[in-house]
Design a protein around this ligand. Structure first.
Ligand code: HEM
Length: 461
C-alpha cells in the first residue's frame, strides 16, 4: 500500500477535531454510487490515497474507516467499551433477536458468559467426528459429479455440520427451513445496505422484509418446539443446544427460551455461511494452484494414511492449516466489521465524534504490503515461515478480536481444516477457467457467480 504523507502525520500528530481526509462526493448522497458499485476496490484505493484513517460520506453520514492494525486494536480491544456494533448490523435483529452477534452491554455480557464455554477447544473437539462424517458423505456425492458449483456444496456441508452440532437429530428436515430464513433475511439486509433504503427506519415494511419475517416466524415455531421438547426430556446429548440449555453462570443464571432461540438462530447466521465461504475459496485457490493442491494432498495422505480425520490430527495438518490461514487472509468471509462510537473518542490520534459509524475492513488490512510480502499472491507457505503468532495480532483478523472476537473461531478453524482434509482425501479440483472471481461484499464476502469447478475422484486424478 502506498501511504501518503498526509496520512502519516495523522498517526504521529496530536488529535484535533479536524475531519480526517477522504473523498468528498456529491451533496447528501456522498460516495454511495462509487462505493456501492465496487466496495472492495473503493476502500483499497481510498486507503492508498488517504492512508490509515479516512472518512467516506454516504447518504449524509461520515463513515470513519481505519485500516491500520494498531487502530483496529485500539477500537476492538483497548477502547472497546466506547463502541457498540454499527447501526446497520442492528437491523439483523429481525432474525437474530438479541443473540450474541448484535446484543450489547449487560445482555451481551451475560449471554457471552453462558455461551462461550460451549465453544472451548476441548468441547469443540467432541464435534470432530460429526464434521468428518458429513464431509465424507458430501465427498462421496462429489465423486459422482464432473463439475459443480463448489459454493453450493460447501453451503450444504456447513449447514449439515452446524445443524447437527447445534441440534443433533432434533432438527431433521428443518435445517433447510432455517437456511432459507437466513437467506431471506440476508437478501433484505443486503438490498437495504446497498441502496437509498438504508435511510428507512429498521422496521419499515418493505416486501423483502415482510417475506423474511414470515419465514422467520415459521422457523420460530420449529425452534420453540424443539426447545420445549428438550426441556422436558432428561436425555443426555452431545450437542450445543443441550449445553446451552444446561449452561449456568456463577450467579446461577441460565438462558431463557427466547435467549436460546436467539442464540441458536445467531449461530446459524454467523456460523454457517462464513465457514462455507472460507472452504469454497480454499478449494478454488487450490484448484488454481495445482502444485499447492498437490502439497496439501501429500500431507493429508501422510497424516491420515487413508483413515477418517480426527481432532488429534489437526496438530499434524500443518500445511492444511496454512492454506486455511492464507485463504482467509485473501478472502476474509467477514470482509469488514462495523462499530458506532458511543462518545467522542480519540483513535490512532484521530478525533471520532459520538455517533460516528466506523468501518474496519480485514479485506484492506490483509492485502497491505506493510504486513505481507506480495500480498496479492496465494502463498500458504508464509504461515509456516512466519505463523500468525509472530505477526501483528490485527494484521490477520478474519475472526475480529477483543471481547467480541468470534465465539466460534476454534469451531470454524477445526471445521475448515477437517473438512478440507477429508475432501482432498477423496476428490481433486481443477478450474474451469483462469478468470479472477467476481465478488459481492455484503455482510459476508460472496462470489457473485458461484465457483464452478471440475471435479475428479481421487483415483482418477
Ligand atoms: C470462517 C468462519 C467464520 C468467520 C470468518 C467468522 C467471523 C466472525 C467475526 C469477524 C466476528 C466478529 C464480528 C465483529 O466483531 O463485529 C464473529 C462473531 C461471531 N461469530 Fe463468527 N465467524 C466464523 C464462524 C463462526 C462459527 C462456526 C460460529 C458458531 C458456530 C460463529 C459464531 C459467531 C458469533 C455468535 C459471533 C458473535 C460473538 C459476540 O459478539 O460475542 N462464527 N464471527
Amino acid at each position: 500500500m502506498v501511504v501518503t504523507s498526509e496520512s502519516k502525520t495523522q498517526r504521529t500528530g496530536s488529535p484535533t477535531k479536524q475531519r480526517p481526509p477522504g473523498p468528498k462526493g456529491l451533496p447528501f448522497v456522498g460516495m454511495i454510487r462509487e462505493y456501492a458499485s465496487d466496495q472492495l476496490g473503493f476502500l483499497t484505493r481510498a486507503a492508498q490515497t488517504y492512508g490509515d484513517v479516512f472518512v467516506v460520506p454516504i447518504m449524509g453520514e461520515d463513515i470513519y474507516v481505519f485500516v491500520h492494525p494498531d487502530a483496529i486494536e485500539e477500537i476492538l480491544v483497548k477502547k472497546h467499551a466506547q463502541f457498540h456494533k454499527n447501526r446497520g448490523m442492528k437491523h439483523l435483529s429481525v432474525g437474530v433477536g438479541q443473540g450474541l452477534l448484535i446484543s450489547e452491554d449487560q445482555v451481551w455480557k451475560q449471554s457471552r458468559k453462558l455461551v462461550a464455554p460451549s465453544f472451548k477447544r476441548k468441547q469443540i473437539a467432541t464435534y470432530a467426528d460429526t464434521m468428518v462424517r458429513h464431509a465424507l458423505h458430501h465427498s462421496k456425492q462429489l465423486q459422482q459429479a464432473a463439475m459443480h458449483d463448489i459454493t453450493q456444496v460447501m453451503n450444504h456441508l456447513a449447514l449439515d455440520v452446524v445443524a447437527d452440532t447445534m441440534f443433533g437429530a432434533s432438527i431433521d428436515e428443518h435445517g433447510e427451513l432455517i437456511s432459507e430464513a437466513v437467506d431471506h433475511m440476508m437478501e433484505w439486509f443486503i438490498q437495504r445496505m446497498r441502496s437509498w433504503r438504508r435511510i428507512l427506519p429498521p422496521n419499515f415494511p418493505t416486501l423483502r422484509r415482510l417475506r423474511a419475517k414470515r419465514k422467520i416466524q415459521e422457523v420460530d415455531k420449529v425452534l420453540f418446539r424443539i426447545i420445549e421438547e428438550r426441556r422436558s426430556s432428561s436425555e443426555e446429548r452431545n450437542d450445543l443446544l443441550h449445553l446451552l440449555l444446561h449452561a449456568t453462570d456463577e450467579e446461577g443464571n441460565t438462558l431463557s427460551n427466547q435467549q436460546l432461540r436467539d442464540e441458536a438462530f445467531t449461530i446459524f447466521v454467523a456460523g454457517h455461511e462464513t465457514t462455507a465461504l472460507a472452504l469454497s475459496y480454499a478449494v478454488w485457490l487450490l484448484a488454481m494452484h495445482p502444485e499447492r493442491q498437490q502439497r496439501l494432498c501429500a500431507e493429508v495422505d501422510e497424516v491420515l494414511q487413508g483413515r477418517p480425520a480426527t481432532a488429534d490430527d489437526l496438530k499434524d495438518l500443518t500445511y492444511t492449516n496454512a492454506v486455511v490461514h492464507e485463504t482467509m487472509r485473501l478472502y476474509p468471509p467477514a470482509w469488514a466489521m462495523g462499530r458506532e462510537a458511543l462518545e467522542d473518542v480519540e483513535v490512532f490520534g484521530t478525533f471520532v465524534p459520538k455517533g460516528a459509524q466506523i468501518f474496519l475492513p480485514p479485506w484492506v488490512v490483509h492485502r497491505d504490503s506493510r504486513w505481507y510480502d506480495s500480498p496479492e499472491e496465494f502463498h500458504p507457505e508464509r504461515w509456516i515461515e512466519k505463523p500468525a503468532s509472530q505477526r501483528h495480532r490485527f494484521a490477520w483478523m478474519p475472526f475480529g478480536g477483543g471481547a467480541r472476537i468470534c465465539v466460534g473461531n476454534h469451531f470454524a478453524m477445526m471445521e475448515a481444516n477437517l473438512l478440507l482434509a477429508t475432501l482432498f482425501q477423496h476428490v481433486r479440483f481443477a478450474p474451469i477457467d483462469q478468470e479472477p472471481l467476481v465478488l459481492s461484499p455484503a455482510v459476508t464476502l460472496r462470489p457473485t457467480h458461484g465457483i464452478p469447478l471440475h471435479i475428479r475422484p481421487r483415483n482418477l486424478a
